[in-house]
Design a protein around this ligand. Structure first.
Ligand SMILES: *Cc1c(COP(=O)(O)O)cnc(C)c1O
Length: 364
């Protein structure tokens, strides 16, 4: 049997007629960028997250970059970020000339709140929290520390659409909730797309200007903006998927539960969920001291797995200039050597999953 890491067309087939109707509507409308479809999606997504405003953008990376920029954070400023996040989170900081300050993750792969405060200096302006793999971070202490030090919170929710902490949706704990709708995300488009959600009207306004060359009124460019507009096609398709997001997340939770109950190999460490937190299982990530051998064994049996992520940002070639050394963030580096993401996706059959579980349990 062959089991891929992700099979994107299964979720298309599930709602095919709805997607096709939405696509045709856009094609026939004669209006393709920033129109009524974008506005409707923004309203629906703001409502879904429980925020006042949503600003549709080109990508998740743009949501991060523009959030940092709209807060006036740049050269000479520091932004705290967890060390085991995806490179995009860190690029959101460095694209603005600000300096990332890394914090080790906790047992749930998210920012370790107990190590947060010691990373704060008099240059710190914001804390960037990634709800990695779909699990909400430990927001009670993080929010408390941010408030005490007058720091902004920017949440990277690219993997956590719909995940809550203490019953509150990720993306609603700070000024900015940054979302990616890259096709593989839980709420994925059919191309690139992203968004910011916020309750701050002035912040939302600024982002709306920034995404469209810095202008509110055409050709009146008040600030130096970019082109990060969301197009009508992606917005219309996202509206279709958003209406099903809850059931899609439920499906992943069901699959994750089956993995957690089914995998009994003592060499494989299963992911836990923090009390008060929820996961939407963007990834189901196990740890294994002999990870590369496990990955290879599974590959030989037709099972594709992935590593999120093999090289932590502080050791990435692009950040050599920051001067970090191997051994500086030992927990992060151990995770990079041990994590393995098992196949989990919309439309995964129980037969496919049982095959993965059997092969893992048979591995010695
Ligand atoms: C996917 C992802 C991003 C970037 O989103 P794009 O839409 O690909 O730009 C940022 N952060 C995290 C944690 C991601 O998983």
């Amino acid at each position: 049997m062959q089991v891929k890491c992700n099979v994107l067309d299964r979720q298309f087939q599930m709602y095919q007629s709805e997607y096709e109707a939405a696509a045709l509507r856009v094609l026939r409308s004669g209006w393709y960028v920033l129109g009524s479809e974008v506005q409707q999606f923004e309203e629906a997504f703001a409502k879904y997250t429980g925020r006042k405003y949503c600003v549709g953008l080109n990508s998740g990376l743009d949501a991060l970059i523009l959030s940092v920029r709209a807060l006036g954070i740049g050269s000479g400023d520091e932004v705290i970020v967890q060390a085991n996040t995806y490179i995009a989170t860190v690029l959101g900081i460095t694209e603005n000339g600000a300096t990332p300050v890394f914090v080790e993750p906790d047992a749930f792969f998210n920012m370790d709140a107990d190590r947060l405060e010691q990373a704060i200096t008099d240059r710190t302006r914001a804390i960037m929290v990634t709800h990695l793999y779909g699990q909400a971070s430990n927001m009670t202490p993080i929010v408390e520390i941010a408030q005490r030090h007058h720091l902004e919170i920017i949440e990277d929710c690219a993997q956590s659409h719909g995940a809550c902490f203490g019953g509150k949706m990720t993306g609603t704990f700070g000024v900015s909730g940054c979302f990616s709708f890259y096709p593989t995300k839980n709420l994925g488009a059919f191309g690139d797309a992203g968004a910011v959600v916020t309750d701050d009207a002035a912040f939302a306004d600024k982002l709306r200007m920034m995404r469209n060359y810095g202008s509110k009124v055409k050709y009146h460019n008040e600030i130096e903006g970019v082109n990060s507009r969301l197009d009508e096609m992606q917005a219309a398709l996202l509206s279709v998927k958003l209406a099903h997001l809850q059931e899609l997340n439920e499906e992943r939770r069901m699959l994750a539960k089956r993995y957690s109950e089914g995998i009994t190999n003592p060499r494989v460490i299963l992911p836990g969920v923090r009390e008060g937190a929820e996961s939407i299982y963007h990834q189901y990530v196990v740890r294994c001291a002999d990870r590369d051998a496990l990955q290879k064994a599974l590959e030989q049996q037709g099972i594709q797995t992935q590593i999120h992520y093999p090289i932590p940002p502080h050791l990435a070639g692009c950040y050599a200039r920051l001067g970090h050394k191997k051994g500086e963030y030992p927990i992060t580096e151990a995770y990079a050597d041990e994590v393995l993401s098992l196949p989990i996706y919309t439309g995964m059959t129980l037969e496919e999953q049982d095959y993965v579980i059997r092969r893992i349990n048979a591995w010695t």
